[in-house]
Ligand binder design. Structure first.
Ligand SMILES: [Zn+2]
Length: 198
């Protein structure tokens, strides 16, 4: 334990996801001991990110405008939508450079344990996007774990009645993990080898 404000800062960093007490202490001391560390720049960015960043009104990705850069890009293939759980997954898939279509961020997965059902996800918004017949294929790229599988199964059942091709990423992704932790090559291959989900 440290005196007053130093401990307060360590505790605050420790509340961030993935930051344990040791890392929180390391970050705090890095800031304390590095005169060149630009504290005001960091403070400014934190405030700005809160103010400026929102979620795209179409796909739910993070964006500084009403529509994200991907939805605004007319060169993207408008006939294919990749459905993911989280905006972090969009970034992971973009890094593979395998996919040039659009995305739809669900905002989570179906999870009885977390008391999260289909109504808590952006499924109505997805159905709305499919209504005009432009979209020919929906890729279900939920996480390769139980909840992600349950969500994909739910969605594929929901989409069977529509004349849309529904595909799943090929196996080979680390089971039980999150999409965002898969390396680019593996994720890229999973895209190329996607198969029909129905
Ligand atoms: Zn968007």
């Amino acid at each position: 334990m440290y005196d007053g404000i130093v401990q307060e800062l360590i505790d605050e960093f420790g509340r961030l996801p993935g930051v344990g007490p040791k890392s929180a202490q390391r970050i705090t001391f890095h800031i304390l001991q590095t005169p060149s560390f630009d504290v005001s720049r960091l403070a400014e960015l934190l405030a700005e990110v809160r103010n400026r960043v929102r979620f795209c009104e179409i796909c739910g990705n993070v964006s500084e405008q009403e529509r994200c850069a991907i939805c605004r890009d007319a060169r993207r293939n408008q006939t294919i939508i990749c459905v993911v759980e989280d905006a972090k997954d969009v970034a992971a898939i973009e890094r593979t450079r395998e996919f040039r279509g659009l995305y739809h961020v669900l905002g989570g997965s179906i999870s009885p344990i977390a008391n999260r059902g289909p109504d808590d996800l952006r499924i109505t918004e997805l159905m709305g996007r499919l209504a005009d017949g432009t979209v020919q294929e929906v890729i279900l790229a939920t996480n390769p774990n139980l909840e992600g599988e349950a969500t994909a199964t739910y969605l594929s059942r929901l989409l069977t009645s529509m004349s849309i091709q529904v595909t799943r990423l090929a196996s080979g992704l680390p089971v039980g993990g999150d999409l965002e932790y898969a390396d680019e090559v593996t994720l890229g291959r999973a895209f190329e080898g996607r198969r029909s989900a129905i």
